[in-house]
Ligand binder design. Structure first.
Ligand SMILES: *Cc1c(COP(=O)(O)O)cnc(C)c1O
Length: 364
């Protein structure tokens, strides 16, 4: 069968390996597997949210409230915006897909940093759009502005904090890029890890209201990281009503589930869980920094719930990741990004102990 030509240039997204695979292939006991590959919340699901999911189990035969009124009201209150400014997706991934389908075609291009969230490229390629990247993985305003002027892309992606590198872009720099872009180009500010950056340094904190004055900017957030709901698939986009109205034309009905909706409504009000998650993270990430220093390699200062280790030539990220995998420790190899580096989600104290032990053995 002949598929659409655009598919020839698309590499399937490589998700973090699941626990089941390690159990099956390497015979590691499930309780001994440590998964630090997908930036999930290591604390797990908030008990309050888990209880709500259980209570809603018997409503699984009902379609969810398609207006998502309660969830939008909760987000509107949290971010001091109106319901008409919000669109909900099955993960913020789905909002990225709506954006791509609403704006791109074969004659358009998109602009992003040298190394950033893989789905921007995949969704753009699905529409046949061209990909333009800045030279640096960091989001440098000067690089973005000159690439914007040279290529006039339809969408500019700013991932801050950035995945898979972990660095963040100061609010001032983000606004400088936005100011340089004309109104026919959409700027996407993807704040999937914003809660972690905001807690580390307010200079990097961006809230939707910082961007609401621009008709061509959308802020994306997710319940998958700090809120601990990766498995529920809920994310959101916040922008001026005129933009949200167009994106709604791309949305299938009932795009999140009855259980996901109930979980997200509960999670949106559960600030204590987010605070606990961030406190644990801050306590544990310093161990990763010290570990790198002890073993003589570099890392990128992280504003996210993961850390990126940069290896010297004598250490091979693929060999190290594979050796760890056989021991039941799943991390993310960044070789496919052309980097001799690994990305590790900062886990619980116990998970991190296991990681450090195996890692030291593997490199020793
Ligand atoms: C995790 C992540 C998302 C979205 O995740 P969903 O689970 O689809 O909400 C978006 N952008 C970045 C950079 C991410 O790391």
């Amino acid at each position: 069968m002949r598929f659409n030509k655009v598919l020839e240039d698309i590499k399937t997204y490589e998700a973090g390996k699941p626990i089941e695979l390690v159990v099956r292939e390497f015979g590691v006991k499930p309780e001994e597997v440590v998964k630090l590959a997908s930036n999930e919340n290591p604390i797990g699901t908030s008990p309050k949210v888990a209880e709500v999911i259980r209570q809603n189990a018997e409503k699984a035969h009902l379609y969810p409230d398609d207006s998502m009124f309660e969830l939008k009201a909760a987000l509107a209150a949290k971010f001091d915006v109106r319901e008409e400014n919000i669109i909900i997706g099955a993960g913020s991934d789905q909002v990225l897909e709506f954006i791509s389908r609403a704006l791109l075609n074969e004659s358009e291009s998109v602009l992003m940093s040298a190394m950033t969230f893989a789905m921007y490229e995949i969704y753009a390629r699905q529409m046949g759009a061209k990909i333009v990247r800045t030279p640096s993985y960091e989001h440098k305003a000067d690089e973005f502005i000159s690439a914007y002027k040279a290529h006039k892309p339809k969408i500019v992606y700013i991932c801050t904090p950035n995945n898979p590198t972990g660095d963040a872009t100061a609010k001032e720099e983000v606004l400088r890029i936005i100011e340089a872009v004309e109104s026919d180009t959409l700027v996407v500010v993807d704040g999937a890890y914003m809660e972690y950056a905001a807690a580390k340094d307010p200079k990097y904190a961006i809230v939707p209201n910082d961007l609401m004055g621009y008709e061509n900017v959308i802020y994306l957030g997710t319940f998958s990281k700090a809120y601990g709901l990766g498995g529920m698939r809920v994310g959101y986009g916040i922008a001026q009503g005129s933009l949200i109205k167009e994106l709604y034309k791309m949305r299938p009905p009932f795009n999140i589930t009855t259980l996901s909706l109930a979980a997200a409504i509960e999670a949106a009000g559960d600030n204590a869980f987010v605070e606990t998650s961030i406190a644990l993270h801050q306590e544990q990430i310093v161990r990763y920094e010290a570990f790198a220093q002890t073993h003589g390699f570099d890392y990128i200062d992280s504003y996210t719930n993961f850390i990126t280790y940069l290896f010297p030539d004598a250490m091979d990220s693929t060999k190290i990741s594979d050796a760890l995998l056989r021991r039941g420790v799943i991390i993310r190899n960044l070789a496919s990004y052309g980097m001799n580096a690994v990305r590790i989600t900062v886990g619980t104290a116990r998970q991190n102990d296991i990681f450090f032990k195996h890692f030291a053995e593997v490199i020793g």
